[in-house]
Design a protein around this ligand. Sequence first.
Ligand code: NAD
Length: 256
Amino acid sequence: MGQLDGRVVLITGAARGQGEQEARLFRAEGAEVVVADVLDDPGAALAEEIGALYVHLDVGREEQWAAAVRSAKQAYGRLDGLVNNAGILRFNALVDTPLDEFMQVVQVNQVGCFLGIRTVAPELADGGTIVNTASYTGLTGMAAVGAYAASKHAVLGLTRVAALELAPRRIRVNAVCPGAIDTAMSNPALLDPDADPEETGRALDSLYRKLVPLGRIGRPQEVARLALFLTSDDSSYITGQPFVIDGGWLAGVSVI
Ligand code: NAD
């Protein structure tokens, strides 16, 4: 028995990183999975490998959401879950951030999450689930990622309001708040064919050994297990909450 037997779940940004691991784990736990991304080649290859459906979906585009949900329902007849995972990060001090860059981040991280909730919730079976991907920076500040942090704070606002509005249909809405996770977002060397992933992994581990109480960067598989918990019946009495998964980073600072 899988934890998601009989469920159909759409995961955005699922071609790589945390979304990929969520797609793999949810499929292994018995769900039918819709892999949605703008990266068509890796997205389609992953879907073929795990026996899922791939759909092209730019989460900031309203009409593409409607098409993705249509395709999912055509393929599987229903939808029980959504993981709003797609996201982008840009580095800049607030005073140096061009408006275009700010809006680009908001369009994917915040508008994408809003459109996902708005399009998918009416199609979800009663008792369905939505997991939004916020961040450690949805709960605290971090210099040089102002647009990103603002958009992730907004994701938590959307999560809480959606949880209240959808509770009458027993649809639960929660958020994951990862700290630093070893994907292309925190470790761009993963996308560089000339980089040695073991070497960059060691460099990251030594950085996070100092920053994070548990002494290492997180793994996308660990976030996938949290998303599974929030999508399965194991979390049946939990809604409207942010779940921090950060190795203790947000717990405070150590002075010795
Ligand atoms: P990643 O860059 O490997 O994956 C992001 C995925 O989102 C990619 O597959 C990308 O193609 C997709 N995507 C980007 N723009 C899109 C769009 N407009 N429409 C659809 N898909 C789009 O990074 P990741 O770490 O796997 O990121 C997953 C989520 O986790 C993001 O929301 C990110 O903000 C969040 N997050 C990541 C970290 C981290 O340290 N890696 C920390 C906190 C939160």
